[in-house]
Design a protein around this ligand. Structure first.
Ligand code: NI
Length: 261
């Protein structure tokens, strides 16, 4: 069965059908969903969702667009929640220079603080990167001693060269719906050459809906379309991609394999 390794089921777009989506996961061959937080409010919501539903796991942290939410209270919250078996990683953390460039120093500082926090809590990280690749690689290089518990560059859209660099840090990559978009030459190339052991799959729902459902709200079940696409690109069977990516997700987010089925 599939794992959606990066979803935002706490998003308000799911307010009407969140329960229906979660209760139909196994029917849609989705075994587990890793729900990712981005600000203080969503850390609480993601945690609560993971406590309510067996197949939902929590990845908690502050997104680069929400760095003003990173304070002592947030750090305490993350530390406290991390003791729980359903909290499996720190994320999404990273850099985003698309919307804001005025707070770059703060983004970098809080990214580093969260990398160290994850190390202290012995948890892997889920990394967000948008238009900030140079600084991201520099920070990872400078802090590679804190990457012991691994991590994943979510919605990977960088070059083969960048893949080869982050591979040296022991990090993994995750493909989402964007891999299915026409003309996504870069991601297709990375997918082609990447070691299958390095690949996770995700939806990043409600965003980035894969072909042929673009325009609709994305859902965890659409992670199957990403698996299918990887199979086409790598000329491997759908079943191989499903079982490998599920294993990869559990190998990285080890706490998710200690729970339930
Ligand atoms: Ni996301």
């Amino acid at each position: 069965m599939l794992i959606d390794s990066h979803a935002h089921l706490t998003d308000e777009k799911f307010n009407e059908n969140r329960f229906d989506i979660i209760s139909s996961l196994s029917k849609n061959n989705v075994e587990k969903v890793f729900c990712v937080a981005y600000n203080k409010k969503s850390i609480k919501e993601v945690f609560e969702l993971s406590q309510k539903f067996e197949n939902i796991y929590a990845i908690i942290g502050i997104h680069p667009e929400e760095v003003d939410d990173f304070d002592d209270e947030t750090i305490q919250l993350i530390k406290e929640y991390s003791k729980n078996s359903k909290v499996i990683g720190i994320g999404e953390i990273g850099l985003d220079y698309h919307f804001r460039k005025d707070n770059i120093q703060k983004q970098k500082q809080i990214f580093v603080e969260q990398i160290k926090l994850a190390y202290e809590l012995q948890l892997p990280i889920s990394i967000h990167n948008r238009e900030s690749t140079g600084d991201l690689l520099k920070i990872l290089e400078e802090n590679k001693q804190f990457l012991t518990y691994g991590g994943v560059l979510h919605c990977f859209s960088e070059s083969v060269e960048v893949y080869n660099i982050i591979k040296k840090f022991g990090l993994k990559i995750a493909f989402g719906g964007t891999l299915t978009f026409k003309n996504n030459v870069t991601a297709t190339k990375v997918c082609e050459i990447a070691n299958l052991d390095d690949i996770l799959i995700e939806t990043d729902c409600p965003y980035l809906t894969p072909v042929p459902f673009r325009g609709q709200t994305n859902e965890p079940k659409n992670v199957s379309l990403v698996a299918q696409k990887i199979g086409e690109i790598k000329k491997l069977s759908y079943d191989t991609i499903v079982s490998k990516t599920t294993q990869n997700a559990l190998n990285l987010f080890t706490k998710a394999s200690l729970n339930g089925n």
